[in-house]
Write a protein that binds this ligand. Sequence first.
Ligand code: ZN
Length: 314
Amino acid sequence: MNYIVFDLEWNQCPDGKEAGDPALPFEIIEIGAVKLDGSLQETGRFHRIIRPAVYPTLNSHTREIVQMDEKKLKSGIPFPDAAREFLSFCGGDAMFCTWGPADLTELQRNLKYYGMLSLIRGPLHYYDVQKLFAIQYETMKSRKSLEYAADFLHFDRSLAFHQALSDAVYTARVFQTIDPMIRHAYDSIDVYQNPKTKKEEIHAVYNGYSKFISREFDSKEEAIADREVTSTYCCLCGRRARKKLRWFSAGSKNYYCIAMCPDHGYLKGKIRMKHTDEGKFYVIKTIKVSSSTEADEIRIKKDTIRKKRKQKRR
Ligand SMILES: [Zn+2]
């Protein structure tokens, strides 16, 4: 298997978000990628500049970041050609690696805009190198810039940052330093192409937590009433864990619960309600090993929300 470490640069509407095309808020203008083989040795590089078709003028913010101007963009090729060449460079047996989750979303959104999304089958398992860097060198939740990581690892910084190919090269170099155990334990799932049917639903187990990604529902209410959505299985032994505190909503997107496994103690459940570009709903549920302290915190959270709601009603 090959690893395709890639990075994109994109432009947005120069007259602000509201004036832009909602189907393509970010237009890709550059693709850079490094191919690594199964033993993480570099075997190829890919670089294309893309001639924009939706926003030919650079947004002032984009202009500051990317080292390009309109003249250089005009020398580029149309996105559909660049995308086909990129996917052909990737080959059939490849796993994507990126710095953070945004590049995969924008790649797929641009493909969809041109009616080419079927060229990549999702949901996609990939490596979020920013997350892997956090787990190996910092804490699970920390997220640092690529420049920070390059400094941290004492890389030679002779290549410019925010240029698609050089960012892909730096990301590949960080990826090469990740312990294979960490890499294998913490792959990521991109759900821009979320599961549509019960059969496509995703059940993934990681070190200390599990993740469930549901199919689509017409409404939030329908989603949160689904038995699979609300079930709580222990993420260590897979057995059904009894709820100590039933699911409750905190804000419009998040739900929490506490369950108890007889062998592994407290489990914390979290549901994030997501909506698709087409107005459907699906959930991402995580079940994590927890503690009595954390369980108490969740109880306090629930009480606080209940009190606030009561006050509002008065
Ligand atoms: Zn258990």
